[in-house]
Each structure stands twice: as C-alpha cells, then as structure tokens.
Design a protein around this ligand. Sequence first.
Ligand code: SF4
Length: 218
Amino acid sequence: MASLTRKLASKKVRSLEILLRLKRLYPDATCSLTYDSPVQLLVATILSAQCTDERVNKVTPGLFSRFPDAQALAGANREELETLIRSTGFYRNKAKNIQGACDKIVREFGGKVPQRMEELLTLPGVARKTANVVLAHAFGILEGVTVDTHVKRLSQRLGLTTQKDPVRIERDLMKLIPQPDWENWSIRLIYHGRAVCKARKPDCQNCVLADLCPSAEL
Ligand code: SF4
C-alpha cells in the first residue's frame, strides 16, 4: 500500500512537470475546431472522429451556413447532410448520429445542448471524449479529461497509464492532474502528439519531455 502511494505521488510529480513544460512550449494551445455555438462544437467534435480538425474546419463553414442550429440539422435532408460531410469519412454514421443528437436536443432539451455529463451521454454518437470537449470549451465545465488518440498514445508512452480503454485512461489521468488543468493537459498533449510524439515516429531527440519519458529512444 505504501509503495502504491509512493508510485502515485511520483507519477503526480512527473505529470505536473510534463504539464509545466508543455504549457511553456504551447502557451496559446486551444481547441482547434471552429464553431459559433455549443451545438456547432458538438457537431464538429462528432465529425472529428477518425478525421483531422483541419479537414473538419474545411467542411463546417458550408455545413453550418446551410444548417446553423440543432433544429435545422435535425430536419436536414439526410442525403444532403451526407454530401456536405462526406470528406470527413464515416459520413453515413456521422450524419445519423448528428441528426439523432440534434433531434434529441430539440425534443428533450429545448434546442440547447445539455450541460450535464449524464445528459450529454444520452445523445447518439456522444461518448465521454465528445462530452468532455463540449463541456470544457462551450461551457467551461471540467468534468473529466478528454482522451483522444493523441492523449491515449502519449499518456501510455509517458508511463502514466497502462490502460487501453479510454474511460480507464481518463480515470488514471484524473488522479494525476489537478482538476483545473484537465483540459489544459489534453489540449497540450494533442499539440505535442501532432508536432513531436507522432504515432509512427516519435521525435524523441527533439522532445522536451525525453528525460521524463520511459519510452524515450535517444
Ligand atoms: S520522449 Fe519520445 S516517446 Fe516520450 S513523449 Fe517525447 S517523443 Fe514521445
């Protein structure tokens, strides 16, 4: 028990140092999806699954000028919606989820995206990752740590979790990172994952975290 507590304490110290360095490296890091309202952020986040934010940002201006809110998206012609979002991949499933979520938002939440995790998770296509992004960036509510593919990979490489399931990884990270920094953590790990600690070839030689990382190849 004592050694488990010591292990957790040393992981916490390392996590805080990692966060400090990444804050210095990416001082202005923020959500890179463009949106004008909570529902637009929700839709953009659904579209970002298996797709880059860059590509999503190319698709959403056309999509949101045609269907700007939950009501318009819920009532959209499915084929037209699929055509508009096609280039983000998995477009049939994404269109179905977007319309299912928007329909529920209109019918059960007065056309407004709910601000509680339990309610968000009842929307089609919304798991904790999407809910955390929407809560943090649309409402400033920190309910958890967003675990996308970059956060998952980097947290594993940095030796902060041995879990594979995003919900379990999130639980591990919530014990290590102070709550006010939960979204700061995710955003900066995403930046670092895109720029340095890439999936195929991490650039450990040029990584500011190398001395803190058990996976560093130097
Ligand atoms: S040292 Fe290498 S594996 Fe570790 S975080 Fe940096 S780039 Fe990734």
